[in-house]
Design a protein. Structure first.
Length: 157
């Protein structure tokens, strides 16, 4: 069956009309290849980020310093986690301006306001990403917080 016939058969007449009117074409038969950005942590069982199409999925970052130590203080861990996210974004050719969604996991939800004070300093006020926050116990390495983000890659990057 020709490609265009297959699309017409799979969608309702109104949905197909919308596709036709918007000038959109059907998704390509071959999706773009994913790109994997290795973790800076030796032998980590995960990538620091994975780009799939225009979305870059960043693995959760805790406040580990480059030497592998975890600061004792919450504020230091929060700033280091934000710095770690920044490093992964830079590796993918992105910045905090490209982040569209974050999830923060806090070992102690009473630290939510403390984290917010630090977090907002990394974004332009008019470009704050969507965000979820949740309490979690047993974060990796005894971390007090973990931050996971999604970013939108610029066309051609």
């Amino acid at each position: 069956m020709p490609h265009s016939s297959r699309i017409a058969w799979l969608c309702s007449p109104s949905a197909c009309a919308l596709l036709w009117l918007s000038g959109c074409s059907a998704p390509s038969a071959v999706p773009p290849a994913s790109r994997f950005y290795p973790s800076a942590i030796p032998n980590a069982p995960f990538s620091a980020a994975v780009r799939a199409g225009d979305v870059v999925y960043l693995s959760g970052q805790i406040g580990l310093k480059p030497d592998g130590t975890l600061p004792a203080e919450f504020d230091e861990q929060a700033r280091q986690a934000m710095s770690n996210v920044s490093s992964v974004l830079q590796e993918a050719g992105l910045s905090y301006d490209d982040v569209v969604k974050c999830t923060v996991m806090l070992a102690d939800m009473t630290r939510w306001e403390d984290f917010n004070r630090i977090y907002v300093g990394y974004f332009k006020r008019e470009r704050l990403p969507a965000r979820s926050a949740l309490g979690a116990n047993g974060l990796a390495k005894g971390a007090l917080l973990e931050l996971e983000c999604l970013a939108r890659a610029r066309a051609g990057s």
